[in-house]
Design a protein around this ligand. Sequence first.
Ligand SMILES: O=P(O)(O)O[C@H]1O[C@H](CO)[C@@H](O)[C@H]1O
Ligand SMILES: O=c1cc[nH]c(=O)[nH]1
Length: 235
Amino acid sequence: MLSIHINATKGKIAESILLPGDPLRAEFIAHNYLEEPVLYNDVRNMLGYTGRYKGVPVSVQGTGMGMPSIGIYTWELMTEYGVENFIRVGTAGSFNENIKNGDIVLAVAASTDSNYSHAFNIPNSYAPCASWKLLSKAHDIGREMNLSMTAGNVVSCDVFYETEPDWWKKWAKMNVLAVEMEAAALYMNAAYHRKNALAMMCITDHFITGEKATAEERVKNNDEMIRFALELATR
Ligand SMILES: O=P(O)(O)O[C@H]1O[C@H](CO)[C@@H](O)[C@H]1O
Ligand SMILES: O=c1cc[nH]c(=O)[nH]1
């Protein structure tokens, strides 16, 4: 049986999956890192592939931008395809002077300004958080790979183009490390369905310094994060 937004037949998606926002990043990961990648989803061009990494089956699925979009894909992966481990591989903007472009942030928790939690009939004071199983494993693997990474609170926002220039400072004041747009919904879906989820993001721009990663830096930095996430998914 197919789900509404994913036209894969049952059994075609691995137990562990990487989740980039950009479907072309999913294609890039499949073609450059996976052995024998097979396209399982092309509905809306939101590409999904299954292949093997170091011999172990793993999938990669684009999720689109924002919580409504990742909410749909991960819900179907959880309810229709039996996926157990969800690793977001995204980009984010840093609010913290010690976290530079190219660093990796692990979202221990994801604060949010979104109303996604209404789906579960809970107040917005709910704290969406990562699964300890993936977070603790990521800590060990990241150390072993000698990565520049930090773990902490991020904020998942509904809006990319805020009109108030200082909007991010209220989050920085509470030691929120970075902004992205999906982790909170991923964590809520995972909590509800008792799945494992971890969002990791590579910093591509900096709110304090105004720096933005170049195209070359994005490729190099993504490479580290992708190899990290694939080790995490397959060990
Ligand atoms: O690079 P991705 O994974 O899409 O993540 C970030 O980039 C997009 C905004 O440019 C949002 O989806 C945000 O969460
Ligand atoms: O959501 C995002 C992602 C990267 N950089 C940002 O400023 N916001």
